[in-house]
Design a binder for this molecule. Structure first.
Ligand SMILES: C[S@@+](CC[C@H](N)C(=O)[O-])C[C@H]1O[C@@H](n2cnc3c(N)ncnc32)[C@H](O)[C@@H]1O
Length: 305
């Protein structure tokens, strides 16, 4: 696909890097990405599902998440009443154990299963929905993974993915990140924050981060991956443009400071500003501009039968 696996790394090494990177990240993943399991999170994931399908979702009784991480999508979809029995799969045991803790805290029951997306340990036709968020771009062999999604889906079942980086959007997001890098010392002085110290595992995390993302997609490529596996009614759309520029700039600034030094007022500004711009993207831009220029792509399709 777009950004092919770097020639120096085999698919096996990429899977291993993903496992190790996400095992290290599992403990601070939710706070780093502002993951919410309340009213806001349920609203966010429901809106993504609606956008991906291009209409109101039905309830799916048997749902499988691929690359479920700490449970952002599954747990929020359960709270929103959109899925019944949930199986959460991920290549990283660390992420799955944080997910299990989150589910316990929220009083939700889910099955967790360590699994590589390209080799799912599930029976044929055992789910009504196979879905994921921010996962496809980590998978070395996408055709093989889509063939697995098709195999485990029941006839008439739905495949749905959100939060996949678009190639163009990914490039655009590079500008705010570079800007943030340049102004970080000034920003830290202005908010009174010390430069971040390198904690245990920070070096390993940083070096693994460079190799875990293996694709950024053009909408047609994502569509072809689903159609190539036999899915019909395939639909690809885009979301988040202004919100992403704002979000990436702020996240890149925050990453340079000691977390406890970042003032509450700044966090409120970053959080509320992001939500406001998401609103502007949704209301004004997403229905008017081509999917390719947005940062995130969403995909849905149906298994025939
Ligand atoms: C960016 S995180 C997204 C997590 C979660 N879906 C979310 O949106 O918060 C990507 C997840 O995919 C998992 N992952 C990476 N490669 C994978 C693979 N080949 N098979 C299954 N899961 C994988 C990682 O362990 C990680 O939990």
């Amino acid at each position: 696909m777009v950004r092919p696996v770097p020639p120096t790394l085999s698919a096996e090494q990429i899977r291993d890097a993903n496992t190790r990177y996400h095992d290290v990240a599992a403990g601070h993943y939710d706070s780093k990405w502002g993951i919410d399991f309340g009213y806001l999170g349920a609203g966010q994931v429901s809106s993504k599902v609606r956008k991906a399908l291009g209409g109101q979702p039905r309830r799916y009784e048997r749902a499988l998440e691929i690359g479920a991480g700490t449970g952002y999508f599954t747990l929020n979809l359960m709270r929103a009443g959109l899925i019944g029995q949930a199986t959460c799969s991920d290549i990283s045991p660390g992420m799955l154990s944080t997910l299990a803790e989150n589910a316990d805290r929220l009083g939700l029951t889910v099955l967790t299963q360590q699994a590589d997306a390209e080799q799912l340990p599930f029976e044929d036709e055992s789910f009504d929905l196979v879905f994921g968020h921010a996962i496809l771009h980590h998978i070395p062999d996408l055709p093989r993974a889509f063939a697995e999604f098709e195999r485990v889906l029941a006839p008439g079942g739905t495949v749905l993915f959100a939060g996949e980086p678009s190639r163009y959007g990914d490039r655009l997001a590079g500008y705010p990140k570079r800007l943030a890098g340049a102004i970080a010392p000034l920003w830290r002085r202005a908010v009174g924050a010390r430069a971040a110290s390198q904690g245990d595992g920070a070096d390993e995390e940083e070096s693994l981060e460079k190799v875990v993302d293996v694709h950024a997609f053009a909408p047609g490529e994502l569509e072809a991956a689903a159609s190539g596996a036999g899915f019909t009614d395939v639909r690809v759309s885009g979301e988040e443009l202004l919100a992403n520029w704002f979000g990436w700039t702020n996240r890149a600034l925050e990453a340079t400071a000691e977390p406890e030094d970042i003032p509450w007022a700044w966090r409120q500004y970053a959080y509320r500003g992001y939500l406001l711009l998401q609103h502007v993207d949704r209301g004004l831009l997403e229905s008017r501009l081509p999917a390719a220029i947005f940062y995130n792509l969403l995909l849905s399709g149906r298994k025939t039968g």
